[in-house]
Design a binder for this molecule. Structure first.
Ligand SMILES: [Zn+2]
Length: 449
């Protein structure tokens, strides 16, 4: 990829090639850019969309017939009625509802439900990168133009993110954490294999395991150094990991505070995987930005989250899972326990007005079926269809700190759009059949039935 700085406008947030990580003195970067700017200007890329209805800002009034003009990958005009631009490619979505591109705040592109425990012993990082690319493609074609990848070992997802941002491959824009930080033997640290194999495949200083405030701060700084967009921690045990350490608090209060302080100092948000109430509460107290899952959220913690502005990313996949399949006894026991209270987290969050961002845990659930979560949010929140849509657009963009570029159909934002047949504010399940996907003003799929 080297010195590809030819088309700056294609570069999606977060634009981060190695050039921008401070690897070169500013004067050299400036010279490179000046050289690029002197080349012949690329012709403008334009696209006109005639939309029958537009949910431009989910939660606000739906617009009737509208013309959306895209120039150089961003929304240039939003005009009432159908305006013709004879020389510009135009797509007819007059029988569709157009919405902002969707955002999933909790995916894992490096694995899928069929991934086995021992895959790390077989697959190379190159295998993982290509597998992640195929999962990213399914996700984008389902209408999710932006994701947060919150936990994938190694640097395959970093490579994928950069390749998408460079325009080398087509995929959703990715914000990533890399490896999750956890306690030794916790969720995120490899377990379930014998010690020799574990140490060979996952040397201690390569995993996200840390002990004590100093080492946990070091892990945060390493993640930042090697290109993380956020920090993901596992404050409690996990349901799907091969450890039976329970779902209570794992990282200590001291470790949590160290992680949050260090991350925030570096401008990175902290997403905390937390199931048990004690771990959820400790994470909120330490100042994390989002609670992922929050399975055993209680009323008191929900109130604290609302007060502090801590987000909940309630992954409701368990409500949708059909069987416990071939999980080990330890995992099956945790799944049964979690299933007993499934849905309680989102009910409490709605009741106490906690900020909710859409996230599915795709990877644990199949990639490309992300939109099934809308129906679950409406049924179990209960959330209105508009509130559920907001959580995957306006609100997710806010948690990403990307409201200037993403989350609504407004002039100046990236031209990320999806179109569906029908009115999702009446029937949210139409989101499961997205017909057209446009990302950065480019048509990804069109008129799929
Ligand atoms: Zn997850």
């Amino acid at each position: 990829m080297g010195f590809q700085v030819t088309d700056r406008t294609r570069r999606a947030a977060p634009a981060r090639s190695w050039l921008w990580r401070g690897a070169l003195p500013a004067s050299i970067v400036g010279a490179l850019l000046a050289g690029t700017a002197a080349a012949a200007p690329a012709p403008r890329e334009e696209l006109v969309i005639h939309a029958g209805a537009v949910i431009a800002i989910p939660g606000e009034r739906t617009l009737g017939p509208t013309t959306i003009v895209v120039r150089d990958h961003r929304i240039a005009e939003v005009r009432a009625g159908y305006v013709d631009f004879p020389d510009v490619p135009t797509i007819d979505l007059k029988d569709r509802t157009v919405l902002p591109g969707l955002i999933d705040m909790h995916v894992h592109f490096s694995f899928a439900p069929e991934t086995r425990l021992w895959s790390a012993a077989i697959d190379t990082p190159e295998d993982v990168a290509l597998f992640a690319f195929s999962n990213a493609k399914k996700t984008l074609e389902a209408g999710f133009t932006t994701v947060r990848d919150v936990g994938s070992d190694g640097y395959s997802i970093h490579a994928l993110r950069d390749a998408v941002n460079d325009g080398t491959v087509t995929g959703p824009r990715i914000f990533l954490s890399g490896t999750s930080l956890s306690i030794v033997g916790g969720h995120g640290d490899m377990s379930g294999l014998n010690r020799k194999t574990t140490e060979a495949l996952f040397p201690y200083d390569y995993t996200g395991a840390c002990t004590g405030a100093v080492e946990c701060a070091l892990r945060v700084r390493e993640a930042a150094k090697y290109g993380a967009d956020l920090i993901k921690i596992t404050s409690t045990g996990g349901i799907m990991s091969q450890q039976a350490r329970g779902l209570g608090q794992h990282l200590s209060d001291e470790e949590l505070v160290s992680i949050v302080t260090t991350a925030h100092g570096l401008g990175l948000k902290v997403a905390a995987h937390a199931h048990g109430a004690a771990g959820v509460t400790a994470s909120v107290r330490a100042g994390v930005d989002s609670i992922e899952h929050g399975t055993w959220l209680d009323a008191e913690t929900a109130q604290a989250m609302a007060k502090r502005g801590t987000w909940l990313v309630p992954t409701l996949g368990l409500l949708d899972a059909r069987k416990e399949s071939d999980a080990s006894p330890a995992v099956q026991a945790k799944m049964a326990e979690a299933r007993r209270v499934a849905g309680q987290n989102i009910r409490l969050a709605v009741q106490h007005k906690v900020n909710i961002a859409f996230g599915t845990d795709a990877g644990v659930s199949p990639h490309g079926q992300n939109a099934r979560q809308f129906r679950l949010m409406v049924e179990h929140g209960p959330m209105t269809p508009m509130a559920a849509l907001r959580s995957a657009t306006v609100d997710a963009a806010a948690l990403l700190d990307q409201s200037a570029d993403l989350g609504t159909i407004e002039v100046g934002k990236f031209a990320d759009l999806v179109a569906v047949a029908g009115d999702p504010s009446r029937d949210i399940t139409v989101m499961e059949r997205v017909a057209t996907v446009i990302k950065d003003g480019r048509i990804i799929i069109h008129d799929r039935r």
